[in-house]
Design a protein around this ligand. Structure first.
Ligand code: HEM
Length: 405
């Protein structure tokens, strides 16, 4: 009989609400590079210290290619998806940057700043509509605001005509909403893909000023990519961050309601929104499983040998609470003194979120507007009844009933 102890099962569970799993703090103190066991019985390495996570995410000896044996997949769906044609999110240099740069310029901070008036107008219009509908019974903030805002913005960038926005937003919600049946989610996925396919064909005939046209004119027509690549890249940009952004909006609202003094500070001074968003993206890590890699050769990480073919999960969620980098890390504090340290909610290194700039501007618009327009916005249910995502999934709030007066 083997006396070997199996490593702990991963993902760990949040103890309650939006609190990160308690195991991370213990491992940071005792075992910063350790084995965990995934759903399929595999034993990748879990890396929990900020400096080690940064080192993993910049190490060229590690790969993001999901077809490589040993790449840690988080569930059976992921394992199946790994067989699809890859987009840049799953590529290594030099292919990664070649494809990423086909769209990256549309999502930079500078570009997003030029879109700020449009994002503001979209947020204002959604709030007006929500307010006009009244809040008796309480209104789901996700349905009325947190979901349509980022959806309308990304669809606009891609080139989806206005009249299709509502339909596509519904498809996307069904696709990513954990409570849809598998069949409904898979149908919605196919509908989205087929919709994008038709959009690519339309832009082949008559390009306009949008992302799909840019891909068609600069890449597809000259033969750098094929039609399937154009569809997959557009699909990636459509779905990659939408659900995460929705969750960050909801988490932001709840976190502010839990910290009334900081909410009062933000209301009195909406220009605190960027500092709030910075702290929000440190405190809550709503995309905590993207930062995975597999070793192409043997490496030593913080004194631990990791062999070629072994998987690595670099926990940006744990790094964001690393007490060596962020003093008093479990305290939410928008007035936190900051130096050169950076939170890792958007990743690090070459795969760092391509749409971070856009995403931050959207969050800044939301949090400099929402409580200005609705100073008495509050939960429409008791705080203890907030519905969070499953404890072992990415932290999120799939629906948020609110009221105001
Ligand atoms: C608050 C919102 C968001 C968070 C927290 C977030 C987080 C992340 C993280 C952690 C990564 C790094 C993955 C890695 O290292 O492998 C990433 C990459 C990526 N994100 Fe985001 N993201 C957000 C919003 C968005 C949005 C709105 C979009 C699309 C419009 C998007 C598109 C992508 C893409 C395409 C990548 C892959 C980049 C690459 O591999 O080069 N994200 N994101």
């Amino acid at each position: 009989m083997s006396t070997e102890v199996s490593p702990p099962k991963f993902p760990f569970s949040r103890p309650s609400a939006a609190l990160p799993p308690a195991e991370f703090a213990k491992l940071r103190a005792t075992n910063p590079v350790s084995r965990v066991e995934l759903w399929d019985g595999s034993h990748p390495w879990l890396v929990v210290k900020h400096k080690d996570v940064c080192s993993v995410l910049t190490d060229q000896r590690l790969s993001k290619q999901r077809q490589r044996p040993g790449f840690p997949e988080m569930n059976a769906g992921g394992k199946a998806a790994a067989k699809n044609r890859p987009t840049f999110v799953d590529m290594d240099p030099p292919d990664h940057m070649r494809q990423r740069s086909m769209v990256a310029s549309l999502f930079t901070r500078e570009r997003a700043e030029t879109m700020r008036p449009h994002i503001q107008a979209t947020a204002d219009a959604l709030l007006e509509r929500m307010i006009a509908g009244g809040c008796n019974p309480p209104v789901d903030l996700v349905e009325q605001f947190a979901l349509p805002l980022p959806s309308f913005i990304i669809y606009g960038i891609l080139g989806v005509p206005k009249e299709d926005l509502e339909y596509l937003t519904k498809c996307n919600a069904t696709r990513s909403n954990g409570s849809s049946t598998a069949a409904a989610a898979s149908n919605a996925n196919s509908e989205l893909l087929s919709y994008i396919g038709k959009l690519v064909d339309k832009r082949m005939e008559k390009p306009e000023d949008d992302m799909v046209s840019k891909l068609v004119v600069e890449q597809l027509k000259p033969g750098h990519i094929d039609r399937l690549d154009a569809i997959q890249i557009s699909f990636l940009m459509l779905v990659a961050g939408n659900a995460t952004l929705v969750n960050m909006i909801n988490l932001g609202v709840v976190t502010l309601l839990e910290h009334p003094q900081q909410l009062a500070d933000l209301k009195a001074n909406p220009s605190l929104a960027p500092a709030f968003v910075e702290e929000l993206c440190r405190y809550h890590t709503a995309s905590s499983f993207a930062t995975r890699r597999v070793a192409k050769e043997d490496i030593i990480l913080n004194g631990q040998l990791i062999k070629a073919g072994e998987g690595i999960i670099a926990s940006n969620q744990s790094a964001n609470r690393d007490e060596e980098v962020f003093p008093d890390p479990d305290k939410f504090d928008i007035h936190r003194k900051r130096g050169s340290e950076e939170a890792l909610g958007y990743g690090w290194g070459e795969h760092r979120c391509v749409a971070e700039g856009l995403s931050r501007v959207e969050l800044e618009v939301v949090f400099s507007t929402l409580f200005q327009r609705l100073p008495n916005l509050r939960l429409g249910i008791p705080h203890s009844e907030i519905k969070y995502s499953e404890p072992s999934q990415d932290v999120g709030i799939p629906e948020l009933p609110v009221v105001w007066d």
